[in-house]
Design a protein around this ligand. Sequence first.
Ligand SMILES: *[C@@H]1O[C@H](CO)[C@@H](O)[C@H](O)[C@H]1NC(C)=O
Ligand SMILES: *[C@@H]1O[C@H](CO)[C@@H](O)[C@H](O)[C@H]1NC(C)=O
Ligand SMILES: *[C@@H]1O[C@H](CO)[C@@H](O)[C@H](O)[C@H]1NC(C)=O
Length: 284
Amino acid sequence: MGALPWLLLFLLLQGAKGNSGDDADTEEVVAILQESISLPLEIPPDEEVENIIWSSQRRLAMVMPGKEGQPATITVIDPHYRGRVSFLEPSYSLYISNVSWKDAGCYEAEVNMRTAQLSTTQLYNLRVYQRLLKPRITVNFEISGEGSCNMSLTCFVERGGMDVTYSWLSWGDSAGTAHEGPILRTSWRPGDSALSYTCRVSNPISNISSHPIPAGSFCADPGYPEKSSTVFCLLAKGLLLLLLLVILVVSLWVIRVYKMPRMRYLKRNRMRLRKRAKAGPSPA
Ligand SMILES: *[C@@H]1O[C@H](CO)[C@@H](O)[C@H](O)[C@H]1NC(C)=O
Ligand SMILES: *[C@@H]1O[C@H](CO)[C@@H](O)[C@H](O)[C@H]1NC(C)=O
Ligand SMILES: *[C@@H]1O[C@H](CO)[C@@H](O)[C@H](O)[C@H]1NC(C)=O
């Protein structure tokens, strides 16, 4: 009497839980590529566990706790995890070392009790991320007649993967302002304060900022940074060559001018000597 309705209610509740509970009961776990992660499992303390079946896309491993202090019997079924998984006592949480991209996805732990023929299921969603590299910036700018300048700064991170967020921070005005997204459009006029922009990229496990980009320097000096310096370099080399040439010409000319009168003077002396030599013996 009364047992059947209770059983029906129990089955209904189980059914309802099975339909709606999947998302709500799923534990989100975030792992770092090539590092370790554990999927924590809780088992009812007063129940004796027959076995625990861990599955991902397919059956991953089975753990049978030992009786009376004996070690557990562990069978790793999926070869993808062989040698990389262990089960942390006392609840046999799944511990994965050297996490790979392929490890991402849904996991399930099914805990079967010895008594009462009951089982509980815990679901996990494992997401794998890599530590982000320093972002790269490209700058496009357009200068109008009055020297005002429209700029777009684009931030890009290599091998960023999923869930990367970009934000731009400006430095130099009174309050550092932020802008969300990989592209920042801004304008600059001569006389504006010298703003610098940095891009910060972040994902659930890391964040890193770019070098500061000085905004005005692109607009005030359109060749910034390489163009102007190469022009300057060429100009300097040309000037140096010209200077050397001038020195050469001037020195040649000086030598000529300095030598010519001495040669004439010598010639004159020689002529005088000759005249004297001719005149010398005549009075004798
Ligand atoms: C981790 O796994 C990658 C391949 O996924 C392998 O190249 C690397 O050597 C492994 N590292 C360690 C410490 O086992
Ligand atoms: C800069 O952008 C504004 C609108 O944001 C536009 O009206 C203006 O013509 C642009 N100037 C240049 C030089 O592109
Ligand atoms: C950025 O990463 C550092 C550790 O590198 C962390 O302390 C900080 O909270 C993170 N900031 C944000 C906004 O994620």
